[in-house]
Design a protein around this ligand. Structure first.
Ligand code: NAD
Ligand code: TYD
Length: 344
């Protein structure tokens, strides 16, 4: 194995650090690396939330810049001040991409291009591009390996493929120090409550229905967010530039099973679970082969049932955090009602 990179003293740009995984990653880095510095560049879209970082906002090692990754001048200036980049910023919700894919193309594809252009003209030593397991598309059996063809099915996943391949192209063409990560579905604290697990937990706490798409038999491989942060950390240290790494927990669960566990954990009645019309083009199953990142020395540590229970507890104990979001947003009706209404 090549020599490990030292990341102890890095000044790191985190894009999209006010979102779910980005804010967990900033906490993780500040907790584990006393000498690191972090600049968080976030536009604060509907999904960005500075409440996620309240406890670190006065930390001298942390700086927040509100701005858009598509702002070339701003990005160029920030790149002069950092040695590494971890790029999370994106539009991320599949249901929103079904209703309107425009922002996904502009942020996920074009925004990534702006960062890569700035990288070309900088001294930055490492650029971690956070992609997703959804780039491969769906499969009923078996597992996708990193060099399998990408066959995305949602507008979100297609935009992430654009970004993923653009990052790869900048490595091949210009030899830039880029590594790609493709994590599976994350869950944990600070996840915006439009996503499956926090939506179901918070709806159940409010006594509202849990809208389960289709038959509830779709499968995702659930990865606790802290395990994903450790994977990013490890790849920063040991990952090979120009490579992509799948990150999954080998933890495949049907949606119906998760819905039932949430209801049980909250001691609510199963009748809250309502089967609703399916998401358009709903991917049946995501599954990735993670031998490549295992070989680097990473494996998930959190056991799923315990991690789900502690996540549910976090939403129970942090009602102010999610109630504020839900009150602000008109959109918590239901995406499926919106797109079926539009099609009539
Ligand atoms: P999120 O939606 O919670 O957060 C996205 C953040 O990006 C927000 O803070 C938002 O304000 C910011 N942002 C959006 N557009 C921006 C722009 N133009 N300029 C600057 N900031 C902008 O997303 P997340 O769930 O934390 O996902 C982070 C990354 O990880 C994404 O790239 C996503 O595709 C990828 N990913 C997520 C998961 C998951 O399960 N959540 C799984 C695999 C990969
Ligand atoms: P989601 O959290 O949107 O992640 P992704 O689609 O990117 O994997 O959804 C996870 C699974 O939960 C997916 O199969 C769709 C399903 N789902 C529902 O059944 N009901 C819902 O209200 C939502 C948001 C998702």
């Amino acid at each position: 194995m090549a020599e490990e990179r030292r990341i102890e003293d890095l000044t790191l740009l985190v894009t999209g650090g006010a979102g779910f995984i980005g804010s967990n990653f900033i906490h993780y880095m500040l907790d584990h690396y006393p000498r690191c510095k972090i600049i968080n560049l976030d536009k604060l879209t509907y999904a960005g939330n500075l409440d996620n970082l309240k406890d670190v906002e006065k930390d001298p090692r942390y700086e927040f810049i509100q701005g858009d990754i598509r702002d070339r001048e701003l990005v160029r200036n920030i790149f002069k001040r950092v040695q590494g980049v971890v790029h999370f910023a994106a539009e991320t919700h599949v249901d929103r991409s079904i209703l309107d894919a425009g922002e996904f193309v502009l942020t996920d594809v074009y925004g990534t291009f702006v960062l890569l252009e700035a990288l070309k003209n900088s001294d930055i030593k490492l650029f971690i591009h956070v992609s997703t397991d959804e780039v491969y598309g769906s499969r009923d059996k078996g597992y996708f390996k990193e060099d399998d063809p990408l066959c995305p099915s949602s507008p979100y996943a297609a935009s992430k493929v654009g970004a993923d391949r653009m990052a790869y192209a900048y490595w091949v063409t210009y030899g830039l120090p880029i590594i790609i990560l493709r994590p599976s579905n994350n869950f944990g604290p600070y996840q915006y409550p439009e996503k499956f697990i926090p939506l179901f937990v918070t709806n159940a706490l409010e006594g509202k229905n849990l809208p389960l798409y289709g038959k509830g038999t779709n499968v995702r491989d659930w990865l606790y967010v802290e395990d994903n942060c450790r994977a990013i950390e490890l790849v920063m240290r040991r990952g090979k530039v120009g490579e992509a790494y799948n990150v999954g927990a080998n933890n495949e669960v049907q949606n119906i099973t998760i819905a039932e566990r949430i209801v049980d954990l909250l001691e609510k009645h199963k009748s809250l679970i309502k089967f609703v019309p399916d998401r358009l083009g709903h991917d049946k199953r995501y599954a990735v082969d993670c031998r490549k990142i295992h070989a680097l020395g990473w494996k998930p540590e959190k056991e799923f049932d315990k991690a789900l229970a502690s996540t549910v507890r976090w939403y129970q104990e942090n009602t102010d955090w999610w109630q504020k979001i839900k009150e602000k947003s008109k959109e918590f009706k239901s995406f499926y009602e919106e797109y079926y209404r539009d099609r009539k």
